[in-house]
Every structure is written in C-alpha cells, then in structure tokens.
Design a binder for this molecule. Structure first.
Ligand code: IMP
Length: 196
C-alpha cells in the first residue's frame, strides 16, 4: 500500500534555504513555502537566541495559519569575535544590510587575526499538533581571507568547512548539504518526521 508523503510548512522567506531543504527532503516530505499558504507576514526575529527565533517563527505560522510547521535560525559564531555575530548574523553590518556588507565587516574585523576558527549553527523548531521539538546542526570551519566562489548565499564565500579546501560557495549544493549545519539539522528533522 502507498504511504502518502507528509506535508509541512517551512517558515522561511529565504528561497535558498527552501531549495536546500526541499532537496534534502525530496520524495520523503512535501515542503510548503510561506507563499504556498498565502502567508506574506514579516515574521519578527526578536529573540536573543537561535532557539528563541526559530520558535517564534514556527509558533507564528502554527497560531495564525494552523499548519504544522518548522522554522530555522542560523548563526555564524566566530571564535575571535567571542562567538559573534551569532544570533545577529543577518544584521551584523546593520539593519537591511546585504550579505556583501556583512562579509566586508567580518573580513575587516578579522584583518590580521590568526585565529580564524568559526562554526555555523542551525536550530530548527518543529511544531506538530500541540508539541514542539528542537533539532540542531553545526559545522566547524575557518573564515577565509577573501571571497571564494559564487554559489550558495550569505557567508558561504568566506566559510571553509573543516577537512575541505573549498568554501561553501565553491561547492555543489549536494556537497554543501552533506556536511552543512542546516543539512545536519534537517537530517535529524527528516528522521524524526519519517519515523514518528
Ligand atoms: P537566518 O537563519 O536566515 O536568520 O540567517 C542568519 C544569517 O546567517 C544570514 O546573514 C544568512 O545569510 C546567514 N546564513 C544562514 N545560513 C547560511 C548558510 O548556509 N550559509 C551562509 N550563510 C548563512
């Protein structure tokens, strides 16, 4: 007997993330976008932790639209910046700044710095019925001295994952997903969704 594919909303407006997550869950879970459920809200991200922001976004969709859903929040944690920009990674160079502005500020702050260790952390909050679950994924790496590659998004051109010579922006989407923070968190989510 055919088992129907479960449907779930991914509460993000980031088309890159949607594409990454759909590729990872392909054929196993149907991932609906906010547009698919006619949600065009500017969902706030006002918490001071990744968990807090992921929960705000997932609860927003569940409470206002009634769908089971998951949301992620990601931060780049740089050792030499005491774990910054962390939860403030999107607004590192100021409100409404571009990814290039953020990268420029990061490279400026790390100029001459020998310790370039960093990690990406993703927290996914899932709301299923009246239950909430959290899944985490991280990848360690280093911050490059300059932009390398054009694929991906955000800080990808300056993040070199451990055991690699390539930045995330020089990898195929499949290679990035295999080892990335989000790939790891989504793998945990997928195994939960498919086994529950
Ligand atoms: P958020 O999870 O969308 O709030 O992401 C926070 C910040 O991290 C934004 O500046 C994103 O562009 C960046 N970011 C999130 N995920 C990735 C990634 O996989 N690669 C590079 N940058 C990312």
């Amino acid at each position: 007997m055919n088992k129907s594919i479960p449907e779930i909303v991914f509460a993000t407006n980031n088309p890159h993330k949607l594409e990454e997550v759909r590729a990872i869950l392909k054929g196993r879970v149907k991932v609906l976008s906010l547009g698919d459920i006619d949600c065009h809200d500017d969902i706030p991200e006002t918490a001071d932790t990744l968990e807090g922001n992921a929960l705000i976004k997932a609860r927003w969709v569940k409470e206002k639209y009634g769908y089971d859903c998951f949301a992620d929040d990601t931060g780049l944690l740089v050792d030499a910046l005491d774990g910054g920009p962390g939860v403030y990674s999107a607004r590192f160079a100021g409100d409404h700044c571009s990814p290039d502005d953020n990268i420029a500020l990061l490279l400026e702050k790390l100029q001459g710095e020998k310790n370039r260790q960093a990690k990406f952390c993703t927290v996914i909050a899932l709301i299923q019925g009246d239950k909430e679950y959290l899944f985490e994924g991280e990848v360690k790496g280093t911050i490059a001295e300059k932009h390398c590659g054009t694929a991906g998004f955000g800080y990808d051109p300056v993040f070199i994952p451990e055991n690699s010579n390539l930045s995330f922006a020089e990898m195929s989407p499949e290679s990035k997903n295999e080892i990335s923070h989000r790939g790891r968190a989504v793998a945990k989510l997928a195994s939960f969704l498919l086994n529950s």
